[in-house]
Structures are given as structure tokens and as C-alpha cells.
Design a protein. Structure first.
Length: 397
């Protein structure tokens, strides 16, 4: 399931929001996006005149047509009278999406704790604006929202879970730290992603090791969120924390640390990862290869090449794929060099890897390798060249 990050808005007060969202969302997450949107709204709205009385608008909210109900909800938010809270909560169930949006927006303006649970329920609304105004409202209410949001974080509804995590990060209350750490192991990638982002907002020190474990996540977006959070949590100690984790602890922690060190590019990372390239755990060897590829220095790539020749089987292929993912250019150069290896198995795997990389510039090289004395190398080079040519043909159609 793809992460639900693309949030669109319309309306005069929100016309600048998409640009803000695209700039901030990959780095800061939904929490800061919501804050930016809230600022835009605050600048674009104010107390309006001629909105009618409280009683008139309460009546229109119940019996008017779609536009009348929508305008009534807007007016009630502007009036800010807390007597409107319960009628606006009922309006969150209106069949018309525009009415629901204005009701959620009005509850955000009024800022009453009675809106907490109803706004949480709106995480399941089909309309993205309703969901986001609900998140804004909960963020504004603040600490009274925390315990209900923590409960929602452990619900069975993934969409509600990740939105709860995002809002908890914005509220930044210490009560949410432990539940967010637990949510790092959730089955759903969006929940894991936003839990990591929220922990980064909270800057909670004890979250460091759980975040490092998340750097071994199957989803790269989750890994990057965990690293961003660790950098905020560990501040200047990020590299030291990763080095400590790589040196001991459970294997998931060590794997995550190997990837993280490569991303941080610490001076000690190359020598440390060179050692773990020969670890008995295949997963750690793969993550070490990924980390060295991210560092990308000639020395790091040379060390990786030596380790690949010493390894064999599926693990070697997995290490190569990890290198390709982290540094495609250096991976291709290394594979071309390894076509000269004395080990026919390494030469065959290098030819296979060039097929995976798919650069047309390697076709001539692969054609020459088809003259190799080893049948497995010939076959691997032939398959790789054919794969690249087929990809080229498909691209030209």
C-alpha cells in the first residue's frame, strides 16, 4: 500500500497549501504541513460581519439546503460560540462533503475539547479536506487529544492509525512516545512511517534504538523517516549511536545501524562496514553492502568488491542488488571490473548484475564476455544483453 501523502486542497484560504505541502512533506511530515496550512488560514480569515445570529445559523445548519448548511457552519465557526459545538459535531455526519468540511473547520476555530473524539472519527471520512481539518482541530486542542489519539493508534484501522501518529507528533506530548515506539513495528508501512516522523518531532531520547531498528525496514520511506528522526533525537550523537548499535545488540539493530552509517557517511563507517561485510548473518552483510554503496568512496567500493568475491550464492546477489539500489553508477563500474574475476561464479553474477542495471553502454562489454570459457558466464552475459536490448525496444515504442 502506498503512503497516503498527497493531500489536495481548494478554496481561497488554502490556495497556497499545495506548494507548502510539496516542499515540506518529504522532510517534516504531515504535522508541520498542517501547521503551515493553519498559518495560511489564519492570515486569510478574520471576523466577518453580517453572518447572522447564533440561533439563525443553528437553525439553517439543520434544515437548509446544501449551500445554506455550508454557509451556516462557516458562520458558526466565525462566531465562535461554544453553544454551536454539539450541532457542529452532528454536522460532521452530513451527507454533503462541503458541509462536513466547514463543520470540521468551525470546530477547529472554536477549539472545544468536546470535539476530540468526533474529530478522531473523521479520520475515516472519504473526503481528504475533512480528514485534514480534523487533524488541525485535534492539534489545536492539544493535550486533551493525546490519550484518545493513543487509543486510536492501536486500532485496527490503518488510515486512522497513521493520522493519529502524525497528530501526536505535532502535539509533542511525552505520553505518546512509548505508544509511537510500539507502532514502529506495525504491519502497515504508513503507520510505521508516521510513527517514526512523530518520534522525530518529539525528540525522545529513549527512541534512539527503536528508530535504528526501523532502519532495517522493508520500505525505504520508513528507513529514511527513522534516520531523520534519529538525527533530531540524537542530535550530534547520531553517528556514535549508530556505531554503538553496530558493535552489539540484536541483529535487527545491527542491520539498521549498517544502513544508517552509510547514509550518515561517518569517517569510521567504511572500516566498520568492511568488517560486517564478513559477518555470519547474511542480512547484515547485505545492509553493509548497501551502506558502503551509499558512502561511495573508491576505498569503500574496493572493499565491497573484495567481499563480493569472497561470498557466493544468493547472498552475493542480494548484496549486489543492495549496492545497485544505493549507488547505481559505482555498482556498474564495479561489476564491469568483476567480469575479470578469476572466479567464474563471480563473473557470471557480475554479468547478471549488469543486466539488472540495464545500461545500454554495457552491451558491447557483455557481448565480449559471451566468449568466456565458462558456460555459466556465457549464458549469464547473453541473458543480460538480451534483457537490456528488450528494455530498449520497449522504451522506443
Amino acid at each position: 500500500m502506498a503512503l497516503d501523502l498527497d493531500i489536495e486542497y481548494d478554496g481561497d484560504a488554502l490556495e497556497m497549501a499545495p506548494a507548502i505541502r510539496r516542499a515540506l512533506c518529504p522532510i517534516l511530515g504531515l504535522a508541520l504541513v498542517l501547521a503551515a496550512i493553519g498559518l495560511a488560514i489564519g492570515l486569510a480569515t478574520g471576523l466577518a460581519s453580517g453572518q447572522g445570529s447564533l440561533d439563525d445559523n443553528l437553525q439553517k445548519l439543520q434544515i437548509g439546503d446544501n449551500k445554506t448548511r455550508m454557509d451556516a457552519a462557516t458562520a458558526l465557526g466565525t462566531l465562535g460560540d461554544k453553544k454551536a459545538v454539539e450541532p457542529l459535531i452532528l454536522a460532521l455526519a452530513d451527507y454533503n462533503a462541503n458541509v462536513r468540511v466547514e463543520a470540521a473547520k468551525a470546530l477547529w476555530k472554536i477549539n472545544d475539547t468536546r470535539g476530540v473524539q468526533p474529530l478522531i472519527w473523521e479520520f475515516g471520512d472519504e473526503n481528504v479536506q475533512v480528514r485534514d481539518w480534523a487533524a488541525l482541530g485535534l492539534t489545536k486542542i492539544g493535550k486533551p487529544s493525546v490519550e484518545p489519539l493513543i487509543l486510536e493508534l492501536s486500532s485496527q484501522d490503518n488510515a486512522s492509525q497513521w493520522q493519529a501518529a502524525a497528530v501526536l507528533g505535532m502535539i509533542n506530548d511525552s505520553r505518546s512516545a512509548e505508544p509511537l515506539m510500539v507502532a514502529l513495528d506495525d504491519d502497515n508501512e504508513s503507520v510505521r512511517y508516521w510513527s517514526a516522523m512523530a518520534l522525530g518531532q518529539c525528540c525522545y531520547g529513549p527512541a534512539s534504538y527503536p528508530l535504528i531498528r526501523s532502519m532495517e525496514d522493508s520500505e525505504m520511506a520508513v528507513r529514511k523517516a527513522a534516520l531523520w528522526a534519529l538525527r533530531r533525537t540524537g542530535k550530534n550523537q547520531t553517528s556514535d549511536l549508530l556505531i554503538q548499535a553496530l558493535s552489539g545488540g540484536d541483529i535487527q539493530l545491527r542491520r539498521g545501524a549498517a544502513w544508517g552509517l552509510g547514509q550518515v557517511g561517518h569517517l569510521q563507517a567504511v572500516d566498520l562496514l568492511a568488517q560486517t561485510l564478513h559477518d555470519s548473518d547474511a542480512g547484515l552483510r547485505i545492509e553493509s553492502a548497501r551502506g558502503l554503496g551509499a558512502v561511495g568512496t573508491p576505498h569503500a567500493i574496493d572493499l565491497l568488491g573484495g567481499a563480493l568475491e569472497a561470498d557466493d550464492g544468493q547472498t552475493r546477489k542480494d548484496m549486489v542488488l543492495a549496492l545497485i539500489e544505493s549507488n547505481r553508477t559505482e555498482a556498474m563500474a564495479l561489476m564491469v571490473r568483476l567480469l575479470q574475476s578469476r572466479d567464474p561464479g563471480m563473473r557470471a553474477d557480475a554479468a547478471w548484475a549488469l543486466g539488472e542495471i540495464g545500461d545500454p553502454a554495457t552491451i558491447d562489454t557483455l557481448m565480449k564476455v559471451m566468449a568466456d570459457e565458462d558456460p555459466s558466464v556465457k549464458l549469464s552475459a547473453s541473458k543480460a544483453a538480451i534483457k537490456i536490448k528488450h528494455t530498449l525496444r520497449r522504451g522506443s515504442r
